[in-house]
Design a protein around this ligand. Sequence first.
Ligand code: FAD
Length: 364
Amino acid sequence: MNLIAGQGLAGTVLALTLLERGEEVTVVDNAHRSSSSMVAAGLWNPIVFRRINKSWLADEVIAELEAFYPAAEPLLGAHFYHPLRIFRKHGNELEARLWAEKKPTDDFAPYLANDERNPDPDLYKPFEFGYGTVNRAGYIDLPVFLAAARKYFAEKGIFEEAEFSLPENTDALADFRFRGKPVDRIIDCRGYKTADSKWFNYLPFGLTKGEVLTVRCKGLDLDEVFNAGFFLQPLGGDLYRMGATFNWDDKDEVTTPEAREELLAKFRKHLNAEVEIVSQKAGVRPTVQDRRPLIGRHPQVENLYIFNGLGTKGVMLAPLTAHYFADFLLNGKALPAEMNIDRFRKLIDQVHPLIDYPGPKGQN
Ligand SMILES: Cc1cc2nc3c(=O)[nH]c(=O)nc-3n(C[C@H](O)[C@H](O)[C@H](O)COP(=O)(O)OP(=O)(O)OC[C@H]3O[C@@H](n4cnc5c(N)ncnc54)[C@H](O)[C@@H]3O)c2cc1C
């Protein structure tokens, strides 16, 4: 049995992927006590705006997410997949020039679209450098996705609401049982809390707190995501999500007046409309110093795995990363080196030197 610790985006996508491949899975989560996924806007965007580049592995991750989430909707009986274009206000002359140059190329044509709108000058401040549209973007309504998946796991009898801790010593790990059941693999998907784990604290998690606002804004009538160095995501009616902030110092879920002011100032810089704040949320993203996922088998403990480090782009990365992880676990395929925690193998000796570990159930 595979024990998945943490039912955020990572644990959920991985559990669904392993179940689909016929694996036995149990998921344990502490009622989202420290969830980045429950706060996230859930957006995906294939373009990095500064120099108009494609996001890392954009073609592969977009193809995988466009297959994964729509297929999960009927399985889970819920609607959470929302493809939506992005209306990007160019930040400067260079961005506008690069956009115009790259838009017609084979590489970018699927993502950068023609502009057919006329932004209301009473609502929007002037577009000094113009604007563009990104296709094949959108968002996953993560609270809806996670609640539907939790219900699905619970109905199958494979979900447990509990606080989970990894055993402190290797013998207990080797013979690990959960609720009396032998566990073949423990897979740590506890988001940023994994960074505190004795077994994984050698990994260079960066951790980035972020805050978002839900606001009411009458008369905006936006049916795309507006992006101008912050985002405004339509949620239906007059509601919008506004985000997000990046804070590398705090590691908590406490909302702050500074973040609220930062977001409102960005809104006022680009729009004239009035906003009323409905709610504010904070979370900690499981970011990594080299901005790549952290997946693989613990270098010293054979039945201990990690599926984490989805950083700022979990929605995009989770399906493809889970696909690679399942191929690794079940078919013995090598993980992509950029995602594999083996890239940090050298660091472990600095934290706790190699232990003499016999492997699970006495194997070498
Ligand atoms: C403000 C903000 C905006 C964001 N916007 C976007 C966005 O637009 N698009 C995007 O792709 N990403 C976004 N992200 C990032 C996104 O949230 C992450 O990439 C992703 O959700 C991480 O998922 P995870 O499952 O690894 O971690 P989490 O969602 O944190 O899940 C970990 C789960 O494990 C549980 N857990 C922790 N410790 C224990 C324990 N000891 N026992 C049991 N359970 C435990 C937690 O309660 C939680 O449910 C945003 C994040 C923030 C904070």
